[in-house]
Design a protein around this ligand. Structure first.
Ligand code: IPD
Ligand code: CA
Ligand code: CA
Length: 275
């Protein structure tokens, strides 16, 4: 495990990389030449995703040539022998970006021996920079942040999202969305998982759940939530398994209640209005 001093310097590297990626996103903002589907309908990639990722990789290769990297557009890079693995989403919220909806971010997490230890989430349009490292706390634009104190689902504001396989599976998160919408003051679906987690850490969102995610969507946000005093787990409260794609992240006070709701959901069924 890295010492606080080492993590502090890797946090600076991650921040430099996120800002380099963010400046590419600003350059292409409103000027995209290429938007195409990667595979599943709606799963977009743009020239901003690709060039943003290249700018991030350039910074990481300069400071951490021996570390492994898992980047959304490039895949797994490195010899897979390092205890350090960077998980990078150069543009979380590509659909928003392509439609000029200004809610997206660069997300950079660092796993040490498989455990997320550091995270930076940066929205280059609003210039909101979220940073956290294990034991060092969480900040937004260098000011400490904390999760909310809401302890009742009926008073809560939640967030979630829907994966790109939602048209192909009955396990599409629609029933969970309905259930929580019924139980809370609202559920937001803003379209950038990294920002959903950042805003749990910030205390604006009380809880967040989602399925079908990738490690680069959540590695950074997990550290933000934990360092801001919140809790992250699988839906059943056991430790998050990044490869499972499922996460529950809350202010801690709502964790059990949200976990109970998620575990009580009936097995996924075909919905009549989708047939
Ligand atoms: C997506 C966003 C969205 C979430 C999807 C992700 P992308 O990432 O985080 O909020 O619901 O599951 O894949 O494709 O914009 O990087
Ligand atoms: Ca993403
Ligand atoms: Ca992305």
């Amino acid at each position: 495990m890295g010492s606080d001093i080492q993590l502090g310097s890797w946090l600076e590297v991650a921040t430099e990389a996120a800002q380099a990626g963010g400046s590419v996103l600003r350059q292409y903002w409103g000027r995209l030449e290429e938007v195409r589907e990667k595979g599943r309908p709606g799963d977009l990639v743009t020239d901003a995703d690709r060039h943003g990722e290249a700018a991030i990789l350039q910074v990481l290769r300069r400071y951490a040539p021996d570390h492994d990297i898992l980047a959304e557009e490039s895949g797994l890079l490195g010899r897979q022998q390092s205890p350090f693995l960077w998980a990078i989403d150069p543009l979380d919220g590509t659909t928003n970006y392509a439609h000029q909806y200004p809610w997206f971010a660069v997300s950079i997490g660092l796993l040490v021996e498989g455990v997320p230890q550091l995270g930076v989430v940066y929205n280059p349009v609003s210039d909101h920079l979220f940073q956290a490292a294990a034991g060092l706390g969480a900040t937004c634009n260098h000011q400490p942040i904390k999760v909310s104190i809401t302890d009742n689902l009926a008073h809560s504001l939640l967030a979630t999202g829907f994966a790109y396989d939602r048209r192909e599976t009955n396990d599409n998160n629609y029933p969970e969305f309905c259930r929580f919408t019924h139980l809370t003051q609202g559920v937001r679906r803003c379209g950038a998982a990294a920002l959903d987690l950042a805003y749990v850490a910030y205390g604006a969102i009380d809880g967040y759940w989602e399925r079908g995610l990738s490690p680069w969507d959540i590695a950074a946000g997990i550290v933000l939530v934990r360092e801001a005093g919140g809790q992250t787990s699988a839906y059943d409260g056991t430790p998050v398994i990044l490869s499972s794609g499922r996460i529950l992240a809350t202010n801690g006070h709502l964790h059990q209640a949200m976990s109970q709701v998620l575990q009580a959901m009936p097995a996924p069924q075909p919905l009549p209005f989708l047939q």
